[in-house]
Design a protein around this ligand. Sequence first.
Ligand code: ATP
Length: 711
Amino acid sequence: MYAPVRRGCSKLKLPEHVREYLDRKGIWELFPPQREAVEKGLFDDENLLIAAPTASGKTLLAEMRALHELIESHGETRVVYVVPFRALAREKYEELTNVIEFCREKGLEPTIEISTGDVRRPIRELRPGITVTTAEKLDASLRSRPSLVEEVDLLVLDEVHIVGDRNRGATYEALIALVRTFREKVSLLALSATVGNAEELADWLDATPVISDWRPVKLEHRIVEVPSASEKDAKVRKLIRKCLREGGQALVFLYSRRRAMTEAKNLSRTVSGLLSEDEKKELRTLAERVSELGEGEETEILAYAVMRGVAFHHAGLTAEQRALVEDAFREGLLKVVVSTPTLAAGVNLPARYVIIKDFGMRLGNEIKPTKNEFKQMAGRAGRPGYDDMGLVFVLTTSNWKELAEEYVHSEADPVQSRIWVSGPQLRRFLLGLVAAGFCRQIADVMRVALNTFMSSVNIRPEDAVLSSLKMLVDWGFLEELEGELTATKVGHAVSQSYLTPDSAKFLLRCMEEVGTEENVVLPSITLCPDFQPAPISSKSRELSTLDAFMGGSPSIEADEVLELAVEEFGYDDWELERRLAWAEALSDWVSGSPDRSILRKYDLYPGDLYRAKDDAAWIAWGMSRLARAAGITWRSPLLSRRLEYGVPKEALELTEVEGVGRTLAMRLYRAGYHSVRDLAEATVPELTRVRGIGEQLARKILESARRLTGT
Ligand SMILES: Nc1ncnc2c1ncn2[C@@H]1O[C@H](COP(=O)(O)OP(=O)(O)OP(=O)(O)O)[C@@H](O)[C@H]1O
């Protein structure tokens, strides 16, 4: 049953349940892009691409569409909501939970799940309801469960312009091509920022475009010419004071994590004088939580700034710290966030003032920001419901003023396909198609390739596909006989591990030619391209890099790994140095060295360390599968789990006990508890003698240990 929406759009008909849902959310009128989407078939099973600015209500359209399909199917539809960044998943999951709750109140039984991160634990099934996931996770899952593709009814592609991203674009594009080829009945809702070629994207997706530059809050740009860096600092402080006095919040963007941290510290002096006593009290509590969630100097500085109403935000923070900062900023408690552009790309965090401090900076071969980065950052200005206007301040010297003007007045750049220029991802995609059984013939592979964005804009994929397939055959991952393709045993293992074939080939060589002991495996991991090294310092070491990560004893094996890496990937000294520094840091990690000392020794951010150990645990797991498939004896059986938990072999067992993480496992081990059985036989008073264990935790540990040992 359809009913008109109240006020402002009387001609528009909405399904009754959608109207009720909007009523409950207090939404009485649709925004212009939303009206257009309804008129163009949001509720009529149409594929749609919505390209509109931040906060123009795209997510709400996805909620309405999902709700409608769930109600119409009596709760049976399976909606897959794909996000390009893990950080976005949590936010979307929370919003979409409202849809599921609404359906359940109507007596239906759909569920909502979030599945991101670890590709070692694939999605097993798509249940009726909504699954929020990342492109990587879904792509990896399709390798072990290809039939998942037939379970996708509605595919929501959030931030689909990320297809043009240098690092993540290829996987997103490949995934879309795969689902569209093998699930003809899928309906699509693609959401995008405003991009220069939204119509081309829509064409590719067979979707009706809804393109709008309507914003809920007006945006105004001010280009501010500043003669010197020191005057930039003074200018930022002045703007922050003005913004806060007006009751607003500010985002400051700049291009280095270290400078973001220093800037936050400096600005905290300006901001603290403008806080009320109540705010200071709440911020003290928040700062304590920040300290609990991380270690090291950066955490201390973050807590210091947070106590004064300011935070920095970048990928070096732990996921929990970032979530805390984001929530506190949304609640208005934090007044200023200083960030690298990652925040603009990945998190929905609007503010009244956006200050772009580093306009016209050379980073490598690029002038920063690029136009699309600029649009992303500027687009965060103006908080709907709080601000009448969003103000973007671009601080620049006279030589970049013209470029700033151009950015302000021009359209966003077009999205370009990355798939054919990103060799390793393309090869992973093609190998997966064959190994998972989606394609048997070269012609089948071409059929999928023709569904990529690149093909849809008339760039022919044949040459790239054929040369990549040939490489996969040469490397022993595929076999080809008269156009018929099959994956070899090792090829299957590569595909299921989700390693790129390029990394897998190198890792296999390391294992075959050098060995599989831990001292070979750790540098093999950090030297393969699937390990993406975050900034790390190696200056603390006195020995040569190679000697140092071997704990001071030079090793012929490690030298051989290094040579293979140079041969395969042509790394320069700088790249080798930092990848080897990571091998050393991870070696400290699996030896149980305290987080704090690792962070200090290598000048690391906690988020970078934890991400690196997760990636390394995945690669080690992948290596063990490759070894098995290739008939190589794997001599580091516990390494993947030790990388995950950061403990030596002897203490690993203790981490099976509930409530026992890395730090506690090491403390318990040192206190003489060497097995779960030792713990099961302990008493509460004995356990509370270990630092960090109170009575409650002691009981929990005992219970869990006794359960595990059946005593
Ligand atoms: N028609 C509406 N009336 C009032 N508020 C709305 C309406 N549509 C959406 N909103 C609210 O505006 C805010 C932004 O909407 P939404 O998150 O859907 O935008 P978006 O385009 O998805 O943003 P982003 O690109 O950052 O993800 C949300 O708080 C949402 O509830």
